[in-house]
Design a protein around this ligand. Sequence first.
Ligand code: SF4
Ligand code: SF4
Length: 226
Amino acid sequence: MATHATPLQGPVAPGVLPLSEAELRHAFLAEVDRIPGGGRLNQCIQCGTCSGSCPVSYAMDFSPRQVVALFRAGAIETLLRSRTIWVCASCYHCTVRCPAEIKITDLLYALKRLAIERKIFPRRFPVYMLSESFVDMVKTYGRNYELGLLRKYFLRTRPGVMLRRMGEGLALWRRRRLSFRAERIKGIDGLRRMIKKAETFDRPRELVRKERITDVVGYQTLDGKQ
Ligand code: SF4
Ligand code: SF4
């Protein structure tokens, strides 16, 4: 799948961002503006409490502390391409324990939204495809239909694996754990109207704008703008 981001440029002078990085940074900061307290990102003291509290940091390529450090270093594209933003289990331990009250979980969500918007993830990326397939099921049936979900997910990611795992599916069906019949909920039209309406809502912006993060971090782009 093609990415919308331009390739990384470099090398550039210290403290200067390549244009692609600057554009991604602006898009990320626009997301941060919508997070209540998101502006506290610049208060990080790099204590590592977030990383020490994270139950899945062992599976991340960058720990939560490193995520903040990379943001400060002007490496948004590196973060968008990282495994970390997809591995986060949204348990909020880091956010609750951060002494600087930084909303790390919400910032990781902001990065994830940006990566989805720019399609910066591998082709046939399982995490994204599972989520897309699940949403398709809810829109079609008003609930999850496991067999349909599995079929869509494997066809979009690894069709060969679906064939290899058919035996497991049959075993589940024999034990009545998996149904071949899709059941649609009553009032599906009403649910679809609600989903359609909800998709038109914009996310709320933070009511009180904090100081601009860009002013504190102070990077410049190659064209001289921040
Ligand atoms: S716990 Fe908070 S202050 Fe400490 S490194 Fe993590 S984000 Fe920074
Ligand atoms: S919210 Fe995500 S990053 Fe934070 S501690 Fe939980 S899993 Fe780790």
